[in-house]
Design a protein around this ligand. Structure first.
Ligand code: SF4
Ligand code: SF4
Length: 357
């Protein structure tokens, strides 16, 4: 089956007002309201960016989607889940306060920010999926309660999955703490002693205090490590490695299976936007300012998460000669998550682009 992906092109560094107009045009042209019935609770999945992150999707774009969803009769709320790592988003209270401080206020967006996995990230429902890796997955409870979902994803590279886009936003972003733990469960980072300069940067970033200095280099305490990969991303000496070949494959497939769990009983009720603006090597979970790694391309919309992520990869490849994931983490193959998602019935790798003017 060939899925349709709607695309509105935007020149590099287009101003926010034009971007807002563009997402409105895209919303209309792609018939995004087809997933909304009057009085639906509509979960608008966002990522408000970690502290100091300035490249995340701006609240104005989210506000445009919320406004149009309301016009269609929905009762929208913004949502996300608690992170595994300690930061501004690791519990509902801090996450809500942080969302507001990053501009995602009710005044600005027209909708409240309600974390889908409760106060501490463990309000969850177990969903049977009979997947290749998991018979069941643990999903943030409110995602199963809500009637419809719009997933707004910022396309970025990702240190463990290669690509951070719709499938990751669903599978990792809407699973409970236990679901996230299971996705990360095989990642076992190790320090390469001869490369380690003992700069201690990884220690400062590790959310679990799982790194200490031993004999002049960093040492990872396996019993404390949650496999979040932050240390791999911050080490500038490539002194921390994990078995990318097998561990990324597990994480990506597990992510796709968790995405499937999030979509339970939502046939025809979920829509996706991929924002190819301010794209960076790492995802918006990284605190601090990141540099753009590709000129802006535009925004995509589709009812198929596999097709829209494949289109994002292809468009970035057309732009740069190498796709966003390969450009960011060349040793990772983002097609693992896409192919597995297709195999699990989430969507199709075959798509056609419809240009929106
Ligand atoms: S950041 Fe890298 S070089 Fe610095 S202490 Fe950690 S492992 Fe060693
Ligand atoms: S050691 Fe690395 S992967 Fe493990 S918890 Fe710390 S930062 Fe995350």
């Amino acid at each position: 089956m060939t899925s349709k992906v709607y695309f509105i092109e935007l020149a590099d560094r287009t101003g926010i007002e034009t971007c807002v107009q563009a997402i409105r045009s895209l919303f209309k042209a792609s018939n995004a309201t087809s997933v909304i019935d009057p009085k639906d609770f509509l979960a608008v999945k966002v990522h408000v960016g970690e502290k100091g992150n300035v490249t995340h999707i701006p609240a104005d774009l989210v506000a445009a989607i919320v406004g149009m969803a309301k016009d269609a009769g929905a009762i929208p709320f913004l949502t996300d889940t608690s992170t595994l790592y300690k930061g501004e988003r690791s519990n509902a209270v801090n996450h809500i306060l942080h969302a507001y401080s990053n501009g995602f206020t009710i005044d600005k967006t027209g909708a409240p920010f309600i974390p889908a996995d409760g106060l501490a990230g463990n309000t969850e429902t177990e969903v049977v999926i009979n997947g290749e890796l998991h018979e069941s997955v643990h999903v943030a409870r409110e995602i199963l309660v809500t009637d419809s979902i719009m997933v707004i994803s910022h396309c970025t590279g990702h240190m463990c999955a290669g690509l951070g886009s719709s499938i990751k936003n669903l599978g990792m972003g809407l699973s409970s703490r236990m679901g996230k733990m299971r996705q990360h469960s095989v990642i076992q980072p190790e320090v390469i002693k001869r490369r380690c300069t003992a700069c201690e940067k990884c220690m400062r970033w590790c959310p679990e205090n799982a790194i200490e200095q031993r004999d002049g280099s960093s040492f990872i305490l396996a019993e404390k490590c949650i496999g979040c990969g932050e240390c791999i991303a911050v080490c500038r000496f490539e002194a921390i490695k994990y078995d990318f070949a097998s561990e990324s494959v597990f994480l990506q497939k597990s992510m796709a299976e968790h995405a499937l769990g999030c979509l339970k009983d939502k046939k025809g009720k979920v829509f996706y936007f991929n924002v190819l603006l301010n794209m960076t090597k790492d995802c918006d979970c990284m605190a601090g300012v990141q540099k753009k790694c590709i000129p802006d391309i535009g925004i995509l919309a589709s009812d198929d998460p596999v097709a829209i992520d494949k289109a994002a990869l292809d468009l970035t490849e057309n732009e740069q000669g190498i796709n966003l994931a390969r450009l960011s983490y060349p040793h990772l193959d983002p097609m693992v998550q896409l192919k597995h998602a297709e195999k699990m019935g989430l969507g199709s790798l075959e798509y056609e682009i419809e240009h929106v003017l």
